[in-house]
Design a protein around this ligand. Structure first.
Ligand code: GLN
Length: 576
């Protein structure tokens, strides 16, 4: 197993995850099988108990793991299905060590950060790196380890310590460290001092910078690169620049141009790894396809999509949603123009401290060709989302409701079509008379960590739903499988009335009691899904739900469905 450690210095949030994913992609294009581990030095056991405004969205894995959003980057770039264990946190490591201590595994000894925590980190990495995560079902060849935060933070010390031992443990030629730094430009001058300090700090912690990736607004001057190399005691070739670029998908190209793959090949002695001819061919085909797909197309017409959400103060709260919309727009040859609308601004003008925000929000919403209400927790912003759903339903504007967005569409219909003006969710009012959304019986009201309905679950399209656009998008199948993360569900007691009012629950779980998909028949596209299909969208394979929504917003849904049906016929024939 080869390891690529990606650490960061100077400041966080400069795209370490993208650089790590891009390095992984480049390795994959040589035919290697790549996996990834993200280390988050916080004490939460997982990201499930963090609000989206803290570190961005919680990415849900196939096995139900609630993880850091960087795992989403790895899945999208490298087409992987990672496991809950691919995200290491301080909380998770300490929990495991303390459980062992209670069991008596260390009986008689003092349990300490060094060696017990540092050993647990190393064992975890070595064990998890071997888990098959791609379509080959085989053990990976290379593991990317991304260390969150910046080297020097108190929280990351045990991890840095563990990784310095780990390098010696795995031996020469089996581990490289890419350190991501930041080169600010002050009054037009490229400043190298922060990088020099970051590298000094890294060395004093015991880490070795094999490559320094400098983030910068623009390409660095050669003299700056020379200066960084000299002052950090590395070769000129060991410094690469990652300038701001039009799309993050072009970062692998930028790194390839600067010889990153050659450096990795040398440092990790990759030529010694046996690679079969079909794998090499698969890798180079992937590279050709990637280059073709990510080429800039500034001439494309935009598609205007309004995202009505409650966490829009931090766009990363909706990272996978944005990516899924982007993938779909790319497939339809359009450029995504996302219109960010704070759901609270759509509420009554009288409630706004500044009424102009209300008018601005509504004028922005009404110029959009499609409206998406994504997931969320708690009542803040819900009244605005309900209004947006009503507008989209009545004005026949494509609507996609994701999880909370689906529940909102049901509440809206209960209020405005069934006449229950007080209809709401148990989540927002525990005493309301008409709770059309209720707490799921198997949930826990005491324990908040990992107790939601999580991970991949099957949705069964119901008999008589052959007209459904969503079903057609899933290849006219009887089942769709997507990842879930929710505590509440549609109240089965109201289904009959809601259906009579025009809502169609065309997708249910295997018991038939849990509503998974709602769709309107006489509407260009009005779909609510309890799942989060954004988590499985890929650059080269957009999520069918999102593709349908974006295509409907452009006006090309029929063509997209026709294409899907044609593809299916072809593959059925090939099967015979
Ligand atoms: N808060 C809602 C629930 O728990 C919706 C969750 C979500 O949007 N992910 O069911």
């Amino acid at each position: 197993m080869k390891y690529v450690l990606v650490s960061g210095g100077v400041i966080s949030g400069i795209g370490k995850g993208i650089i790590a994913s891009s390095a992984g992609l480049l390795l994959k294009t040589t035919g290697l099988k790549v996996t990834a581990i993200k280390i988050d030095p916080y004490l939460n056991v997982d990201a499930g108990t963090l609000g989206p405004l803290e570190h961005g969205e919680c990415f849900v894995l196939k096995d139900g793991g609630e993880s850091d959003l960087d795992l989403g980057n790895y899945e999208r770039y490298l087409n992987l299905n990672l496991t809950n264990e691919n995200n290491i946190t301080t909380g998770r490591i300490y929990k495991a060590v303390i459980e062992r201590e209670r069991r008596g595994d260390y009986i008689g000894r003092t349990v300490q950060v060094v060696p017990h925590i540092t050993d647990a980190i190393q064992d975890w990495i070595q064990r998890v790196a071997k888990i098959p995560v791609d379509d080959s079902g085989e053990e990976p060849d290379v593991c990317i380890i991304e260390l969150g935060g910046t080297v020097g933070d108190i929280e990351s010390m045990p991890f840095v310590e563990a990784l310095t031992y780990f390098r010696y443990k795995v031996g020469k030629g089996n581990m490289v460290n890419i350190h991501v730094s930041y080169v600010p430009i002050i009054h037009g001058e490229e400043k190298t001092k922060p990088t020099q300090h970051a590298i000094k700090q890294m060395r004093s912690a015991g880490l070795i910078p094999d490559l320094i990736a400098c983030r910068c607004e623009r390409p660095l001057n050669t003299v700056t690169t020379q200066k960084i190399a000299r002052s950090c005691q590395v070769e000129f070739e060991q410094v690469v620049t990652v300038r701001d670029i039009e799309t993050i998908y072009q970062v692998p190209l930028l790194l390839e141009e600067q010889g990153l793959l050659d450096r990795l090949r040398e440092a990790l002695m990759l030529d010694q790894l046996p690679l079969s001819e079909p794998l090499v061919r698969k890798g180079s085909n992937l590279w050709e396809l990637w280059k073709k797909t990510v080429v800039s197309k500034p001439y494309l017409d935009p598609v205007n999509i309004a995202l009505v959400g409650k966490y829009i103060a931090l766009p990363d709260s909706y990272l996978s949603v944005i990516k899924a919309l982007e993938h779909s727009a790319m497939r339809c040859n359009r450029k995504l123009n996302l219109i960010w609308i704070d759901a609270e601004h759509l509420e009554d003008a009288t409630l706004q401290s500044d009424p102009t925000t209300y008018h601005r929000a509504w004028s922005q919403l009404t110029i959009a060709s499609g409206c998406i209400c994504p997931g969320g927790f708690g009542s803040r912003g819900v009244p605005g989302m309900v209004k947006a759903a009503k507008w989209a339903r009545e004005c026949k504007v494509p609507y996609l409701g994701i999880c909370l967005g689906m529940q909102v569409a049901v509440i809206e219909a209960a209020r405005n079509l069934c006449g229950y003006v007080d209809a709401t969710s148990e989540e927002f009012d525990q005493h309301a008379e008409h709770q059309v959304i209720i707490f799921m019986p198997e949930g826990s009201k005491e324990i908040m960590g990992a107790t939601m309905r999580l991970g991949t679950k099957a949705t069964h399209f119901q008999p008589g739903s052959e007209w459904s656009k969503l079903r057609a998008l899933y290849g006219d199948n009887t089942i769709m499988e997507e990842r879930h993360r929710h505590r509440y569900e549609v109240n089965p007691d109201f289904i009959k009335e809601l259906e009579q009012s025009g809502l169609n629950f065309i997708g249910k779980d295997e018991t038939g009691r849990r509503m998974e998909v709602v769709e309107l028949k006489d509407h260009p596209f009005f779909v609510g899904v309890q799942a989060h299909p954004e988590f499985t969208s890929r650059v080269l394979a957009p999520s069918p739900t999102y593709l349908g929504f974006v295509a409907a917003s452009i006006g090309c849904l029929d063509e997209v469905i026709r294409d899907i049906r044609q593809q299916r016929e072809l593959s059925d024939k090939a099967h015979f």
